[in-house]
Write a protein that binds this ligand. Structure first.
Ligand SMILES: Cc1ncc(COP(=O)(O)O)c(C=O)c1O
Length: 350
C-alpha cells in the first residue's frame, strides 16, 4: 500500500518540468556579480508582493533570521502570536543570533489571531531610558500551528497600522502567504501591505525542493545580502534553484485545489465523528486523546501525519490527488475507533 503523506506541504517532489528548468537554467556567480535567474526570481517575487527588492534564501528559517537581524538591536523585544514558527520552531535563533527578547501574544482574536489592541498594549510607550524597548511585530500568515488560519487583508492592515503607530517595524512570516491570499481572494500585495519585510517559501505547497524569498526595501537589500553571506547562504550558481522557484510560482492559481482537498478531508473525518473545524487553507488539525498513539496507528494504516500539540496535523498539497484524499478517508475510517482512545484503550473522546 503506497503511503499517503499528509505530514507537510514540503514533502512534494520536483515535477519533471521543474527538473528540466533546473537543468537548463541560465546561471552566473551570484556572490561575485549576481546570477541572472536568481535575479529574475527575486524581482518577480518582490513584484508580486509589492516590495522593492527580494533576497533568495535556501530556507524560510534563514529568511526569518535575516529579517530579525535587520530589525532588532541586542535586547530588543519583539512581539509575535503564540506558537508562531519564529518563536518555537527555529531553534531559538531569534535569541541566539538576532538577540531579541520574544513576547508571545495569546490568540485573543481567535485561532492564530492577535488584535490591534494587544499590539498597542504589549508595545508599550517610549518610557524612560531604563524601559525595555519593543521594536518589532512578527506576524505569521497563514498561521501554521493554529491550523493554517489566515488574517484577512483588513485584519492584517489594522495590525500593521497599530504596530507603526507604536513605532514597531513589522516582519511578516508569509511561508504560506500564497495560501492566505488564495483563501481570502486577495492579492499577495494586499496581504503583505505595510510590512517592512516579508518572507515567503517556494518549498511549501508550491513544489520547489528549496528556497524562500525575503522581500525588503531597496535600502535594506545590501545589508540583507551581507547577512545572508554571514549565515552561509551566499550561493554561486543559484540559478539552478531559482529556476525551480520560477516553475513553483506557476502553481499559484492551483492553490485553491489544495484548500478544497483539506475541506473534503475535514468533511470525511467529521462524518466519522471527529470534531474538526472547517479548514481555512490547506492545514487541518484533528484533536485526538493521544496524538503520538494516533500517529503510529495511522502510520500502520499508511497515512502519514504529524502531531501538533494534542491534535493530528494533516496538510494537503499538490502531490496528493483528490483520489488520494478519498483513499485516506477510507483508511482512517478502518481504524477510527483506535484513534479516539488512548494506548490503554480508555477515555474515549467521541
Ligand atoms: C510558518 C513557517 N515559517 C517558517 C518556516 C521555516 O521554513 P524552512 O523549513 O524552509 O526553514 C516554516 C516551515 O515549516 C513555517 O511553517
Amino acid at each position: 500500500m503506497t503511503p499517503l503523506d499528509f505530514r507537510s506541504d514540503t514533502v512534494t517532489r520536483p515535477s519533471q518540468a521543474m527538473r528540466e528548468a533546473m537543468a537548463s537554467a541560465e546561471v552566473g556567480d551570484d556572490v561575485l556579480d549576481r546570477d541572472p535567474t536568481m535575479d529574475a526570481l527575486e524581482r518577480r517575487v518582490a513584484g508580486l508582493l509589492g516590495k522593492e527588492a527580494g533576497l533568495w534564501t535556501p530556507t524560510g528559517c534563514m529568511a526569518n533570521t535575516i529579517a530579525l537581524l535587520l530589525h532588532l538591536q541586542r535586547g530588543d523585544r519583539f512581539l509575535a502570536p503564540a506558537q508562531a514558527h519564529v518563536l518555537g520552531s527555529e531553534l531559538g535563533t531569534p535569541a541566539w543570533l538576532a538577540q531579541g527578547m520574544p513576547e508571545a501574544l495569546p490568540w485573543e482574536g481567535g485561532p492564530g489571531r492577535i488584535t490591534p489592541m494587544q499590539v498597542w498594549r504589549a508595545a508599550g510607550g517610549a518610557g524612560p531610558y531604563y524601559t525595555l524597548r519593543s521594536s518589532l511585530l512578527c506576524l505569521e500568515n497563514t498561521h501554521n500551528f493554529a491550523g493554517g488560519t489566515c488574517l484577512t487583508p483588513a485584519e492584517h492592515r489594522a495590525l500593521v497600522e497599530q504596530a507603526h503607530a507604536r513605532n514597531l517595524k513589522v516582519h511578516l512570516d508569509g511561508a504560506r502567504l500564497w495560501h492566505a491570499a488564495a483563501a481570502q481572494n486577495a492579492s499577495l500585495e494586499e496581504m503583505a501591505w505595510g510590512a517592512e519585510t516579508v518572507s515567503v517559501c517556494l518549498s511549501k505547497g508550491l513544489g520547489a525542493p528549496m528556497g524562500s524569498v525575503l522581500c525588503v526595501s531597496r535600502d535594506a537589500i545590501e545589508a540583507g545580502r551581507r547577512l545572508r553571506k554571514m549565515l552561509g547562504g551566499g550561493v554561486r550558481q543559484g540559478g539552478v534553484m531559482a529556476a525551480a522557484g520560477m516553475v513553483a510560482l506557476d502553481y499559484l492559481p492551483r492553490i485553491p485545489e489544495d484548500h478544497q482537498k483539506a475541506k473534503r478531508l475535514a468533511d470525511g473525518l467529521r462524518a466519522m465523528g471527529f470534531q474538526v473545524p472547517v479548514p481555512e487553507t490547506n492545514i487541518l488539525l484533528v484533536p485526538v486523546p493521544d496524538a503520538p498513539a494516533a500517529v503510529s496507528f495511522l502510520e500502520e494504516a499508511r497515512v502519514r501525519v504529524l502531531p501538533v500539540g494534542s491534535a493530528l496535523r494533516f496538510i494537503t498539497h499538490r502531490d496528493l490527488s483528490d483520489g488520494d484524499v478519498e483513499e485516506a478517508i477510507a483508511r482512517v475510517g478502518r481504524i477510527a475507533d483506535r484513534l479516539v482512545t488512548t494506548w490503554e484503550g480508555q477515555r474515549p473522546m467521541i
